[in-house]
Design a protein around this ligand. Structure first.
Ligand code: GLU
Length: 248
């Protein structure tokens, strides 16, 4: 199987050295294996994404010689495809409409805080008939995530990482206004782009468990994950002023 890697920056700020490092790892792995390196601009945050930041990503990658093997993909332009996948999951009974009001969600959050546990959607609408839905509420769509067993990721850097499914919740894939969430878009795009290896910062490791549930629900192959540490240098780096360091 041909290896396909990708660099998927959000153009909400200029390309920084951490992003460049992630791009380099993806590029190197693709070149090493005779595969392809792709670029995806994750521009779904319309308020914070800027054309200047997109240009800076292109310029920076070109300057580093980390050129992509195909034209870049722009995530926002694919939002209809993302919504189609959410509708497919709805039709298959693998996702559902949730009509919880912001007040109900706040209540859930407060209860979790009072009991000293992390906020987790309680599944109110998971098996409830939509005929009892309150009027005038635009529902979100939530993934019906597995309730039992463990989610296991065989990460190429972290090794086997496991979390009990009961700790994960039915997360939102489509907002009330019909726009896809990051978690949905990233999985659909990685699948459609044929990405075989997701190499990214370990700040995304917890997302991988949730994303796996979505791949499984769609019956798609889960890519091989490699979450690279951002925090491998002890203490805060004095030069680049971040919590990680390239070794100055
Ligand atoms: N757009 C995300 C970021 O800039 C990366 C998403 C991913 O690599 O899956 O952090």
């Amino acid at each position: 199987m041909t290896v396909v890697t990708r660099f998927a920056p959000s153009p909400t700020g200029f390309l920084h050295i951490g992003g460049a490092r992630t791009a380099l790892y993806n590029w190197l792995y693709a070149k090493h294996t005779g595969g392809k390196f792709l670029l995806r601009i994750e521009d779904t945050d319309r308020e914070r994404s800027t054309p200047e930041a997109v240009e800076a990503i292109f310029d920076g990658l070109n300057w580093l010689g980390l050129t992509a093997d195909e034209e870049p993909t722009f995530q926002f332009a694919r939002r209809d495809r993302h919504a189609d996948v959410a509708n497919e999951l709805l039709a298959a009974g693998k996702a559902y409409y949730c009509y919880c009001s912001p007040e109900e969600l706040t209540e859930m959050r407060e209860k979790a805080r009072a009991e000293g546990r992390p906020m987790k959607y309680d599944g109110t609408w998971r098996d409830r008939d939509a005929s009892g839905a309150p009027e005038g509420v635009k529902p979100v769509v939530r993934l019906k995530a597995p309730l039992e067993g463990d989610a296991v990721i065989m990460d190429q850097v972290q090794g086997e990482v496991r979390v009990a499914n009961e700790q994960l919740d039915d997360y939102v894939i489509l907002r009330g206004d019909g726009t896809p969430t990051y978690m949905l878009s990233v999985v659909v795009d990685d699948h459609d782009m044929g990405v075989t290896n997701v190499i990214r910062g370990d700040d995304h490791l917890t997302n991988a468990f949730r994303q796996k549930a979505l791949y499984d629900a769609m019956g798609w192959d889960v890519p091989t994950f490699a979450h690279i540490p951002l925090n491998s240098w002890p203490g805060r780096c004095k030069t680049v002023q971040t919590s990680w360091c390239v070794g100055c």
